[in-house]
Design a protein around this ligand. Structure first.
Ligand SMILES: *[C@@H]1O[C@H](CO)[C@@H](O)[C@H](O)[C@H]1NC(C)=O
Ligand SMILES: *[C@@H]1O[C@H](CO)[C@@H](O)[C@H](O)[C@H]1NC(C)=O
Ligand SMILES: *[C@@H]1O[C@H](CO)[C@@H](O)[C@H](O)[C@H]1NC(C)=O
Length: 482
C-alpha cells in the first residue's frame, strides 16, 4: 500500500494528500510495530523489506500540523540528561530489535542524553537500509560509531551505561572488550526480546549473571529465561526487570483521529473490495507457521459453517491475512492459498502483502486475531496497537498476549494448537453476532492501552530500570575503588 501511495502522490485527489501525510508520518516507532511481529518463532525479528528504504529515501510530504511538539510534562527520563549511554545493537535493519533500540535512543536524546550507537554485524557491501537508519540517527544527534577497535573500547569504558540489545549481542563483549569485560559488566543493561532455543548458547549469554540487569518484554518471557538458563545452562539470571512496551505517539494520534480513521477505513475496504457493513477479522503478522495463519483460516472456515448451519443473521464476515509474501513461494504460503481454494472461500479471504504501516488496516478491520503458537509472542506489539484502535482481540492464551488481553473483557483467549481451532471459531461467531459486546470489548481495550501501554508508560518503566542500574553500577564501582 505504502508503495502505491508514494508513486501515486502526484495524482491523488487533494483531500487525500493530508491522509498520505499521516501515513508517511508514521515514523520509525510504528515500523517497529510491524517488524517486531515477523518471523517463525516467538520474538524472532529478522525481516527486512528493501522497498521501504527506497520509499523512505524519497522526501515525504511535510507532516501536517498534528506533528509531535514538545509537551509540557517533564519526561521521566530527565535524570539521564548529560549522561553518556552506549547502545550496542547486534545488527541494524528494519527488524523489531534494532528499531526498538532506536526508539530508546530517541527518547534519551529527547532529554539531552549523550547517546552512542554501535552495530556489531554489518555487511561488507553498501547497504541502503543501514545508511538510511544511521542517517536518521545522526539527524537526531545520536553518534554512530564503529563497534570495533580502540575507539569502541574507549567509548565503552567512559560510558555511564551500556545497553546490549538482544542475546546475540553478548558475543561482542569478549571480542571487543577482551580483558576489560569484568570492568564493563557492572554497567551493562541487557535488553532481551526473544525466546528461541538457539539464543540459549553459552557463547552469547555466559556473562549474563554478572551484568547489572536484564530487561525483558513480558513476565512470561522473563520466567522462561529464568527457567531455561537455570535448568539447561546452570547460570543464574541477573536482576531482571519486565518492561512492557508502549504505543508510539504517532500511532495514537491516528488511532484517536476519527476522521483519519474513517478515511483510512473506506480506502482500505475499497481496495479489498469489501463493503462498509462487512465484518473483518484480521491477522497481522508475517506469514509463518509460528504465527498460526493456517489454524486461523481453519477456524474461520469453521465459523462460516457454523453461521450457515445455525442460519445466524450476521453481515458477511471476511478474513484478512496481512503480512503475506507470495514472492517467497514458501510451502506455507502455498498451503494457505490451497486451503482457501479447496474450501471455495476466495471471496471471503484476502491476502495482503507485507506492509510498513499497519494503521490503515487497524482502521479498516473489526477484530484482531493474534494466533501465535507454541510459547506465543514475547510481547506482541500489534495487540496493543489494535486495542488503541478500539478493536477486540481474539488471541492465543500464550506468551505476552496473556499479559495484554483480559479474557472476556478486552478480548477472548483460546488455546494454542489444533485444540484452539474450534474455540477460536466459536469466538469469531460470538463477536460477529454480539455487536454490543464486540464494541464494548474494543472500548475496554482502548482504556487499557490508555492506562498502561502508551509511550510515556514505557518511558516511565524504562526510567525506573535505568535509575536502578545506574545506582547499582555506581555503588559497585565505588566499592571496587576502596
Ligand atoms: C518455569 O518453571 C516452572 C517450574 O518448573 C514451571 O511451572 C513454569 O511453567 C515454567 N515457566 C515457563 C515460562 O517456562
Ligand atoms: C504483492 O506481492 C506480489 C509478489 O511480490 C506482487 O506480485 C503483487 O503485485 C503485490 N501486490 C500488491 C497489491 O502490491
Ligand atoms: C476465557 O474466558 C472464557 C469465558 O469468558 C472461558 O470460557 C475460557 O475458557 C477462557 N479462556 C482461557 C484460555 O482462559
Amino acid at each position: 500500500m505504502a508503495r502505491q501511495h508514494s508513486s501515486a502522490a502526484s495524482w491523488v485527489p487533494l483531500q487525500r494528500r493530508w491522509l498520505l501525510a499521516i501515513i508517511f508520518m508514521l515514523s520509525v516507532t510504528t515500523l517497529v510495530a510491524f517488524f517486531s511481529r515477523s518471523g517463525i518463532d516467538p520474538c524472532d525479528r529478522t525481516t527486512t523489506v528493501e522497498h521501504l528504504v527506497q520509499k523512505r529515501a524519497q522526501k515525504s510530504p511535510a507532516p501536517p500540523a498534528v506533528a509531535v511538539t514538545g509537551r509540557a510534562e517533564p519526561s521521566p527520563l530527565s535524570f539521564m540528561k548529560s549522561k553518556l549511554v552506549l547502545l550496542v545493537s547486534h545488527e541494524l535493519s528494519l527488524s523489531g530489535g534494532p528499531l526498538l533500540l532506536m526508539e530508546l535512543a530517541f527518547l534519551l536524546r529527547g532529554v539531552g542524553t549523550e547517546v552512542y550507537w554501535m552495530t556489531i554485524q554489518k555487511p561488507l557491501e553498501e547497504d541502503g537500509v543501514i545508511y538510511n537508519l544511521e542517517q536518521k540517527m545522526l539527524d537526531r544527534g545520536v553518534q554512530v560509531l564503529s563497534a570495533k577497535g580502540q575507539g569502541a573500547l574507549d567509548t565503552t569504558l567512559k560510558s555511564d551505561l551500556v545497553v546490549l540489545n538482544t542475546a546475540v549481542a553478548g558475543k561482542w563483549l569478549d571480542a571487543v572488550l577482551k580483558e576489560n569485560v569484568p570492568r564493563v559488566l557492572p554497567k551493562v543493561l541487557w535488553w532481551i526480546h526473544e525466546m528461541r532455543g538457539h539464543y540459549f548458547k553459552s557463547d552469547y549469554v555466559k556473562h549474563l549473571p554478572l551484568v547489572a540487569g536484564a530487561m525483558i518484554d513480558s513476565h512470561v518471557t522473563a520466567e522462561y529465561w529464568n527457567n531455561r538458563t537455570r535448568e539447561r545452562m546452570r547460570i543464574k539470571m541477573p536482576e531482571t526487570y519486565v518492561v512492557h512496551l508502549g504505543n508510539s505517539k504517532e500511532l495514537m494520534e491516528v488511532a484517536e483521529d476519527s476522521v483519519a480513521k474513517r478515511v483510512l477505513r473506506e480506502h482500505v475496504r475499497e481496495s479489498l473490495g469489501v463493503r462498509n457493513e462487512d465484518l473483518l477479522f484480521a491477522i497481522i503478522n508475517s506469514v509463518s507457521r509460528g504465527k498460526g495463519q493456517d489454524l486461523f483460516l481453519h477456524a474461520f472456515y469453521e465459523s462460516l459453517q457454523l453461521i450457515q448451519e445455525k442460519k445466524l443473521q450476521v453481515p458477511p464476515i471476511h478474513a484478512i491475512v496481512v503480512g503475506s509474501d507470495m514472492s517467497a513461494q514458501t510451502k506455507f504460503e502455498t498451503e494457505l492459498r490451497n486451503f482457501v481454494t479447496s474450501k471455495k472461500i476466495q471471496d471471503r479471504v484476502h491476502f495482503v502483502n507485507k506492509t510498513l504501516t499497519v494503521a490503515p488496516f487497524l482502521a479498516a478491520i473489526d477484530v484482531l486475531v493474534q494466533n501465535s503458537q507454541a510459547r506465543g509472542e514475547c510481547f506482541g506489539r500489534i495487540t496493543i496497537e489494535a486495542m488503541a484502535f478500539q478493536l477486540p482481540v481474539l488471541g492465543t492464551a500464550a506468551g505476552g498476549t496473556t499479559e495484554i488481553v483480559v479474557n472476556g473483557t478486552t478480548g477472548l483467549l483460546h488455546q494454542v494448537g489444533k485444540e484452539g481451532v474450534t474455540p477460536l471459531a466459536n469466538n469469531i461467531v460470538k463477536l460477529a453476532t454480539h455487536v454490543e459486546r464486540r464494541l464494548t470489548m474494543g472500548k475496554r481495550g482502548y482504556q487499557r492501552v490508555k492506562e498502561r501501554f502508551l509511550e510515556h508508560h514505557m518511558a516511565r518503566r524504562i526510567s525506573a530500570v535505568l535509575k536502578e542500574v545506574l545506582r547499582k553500577s555506581k555503588s559497585r564501582a565505588h566499592s571496587n575503588m576502596l
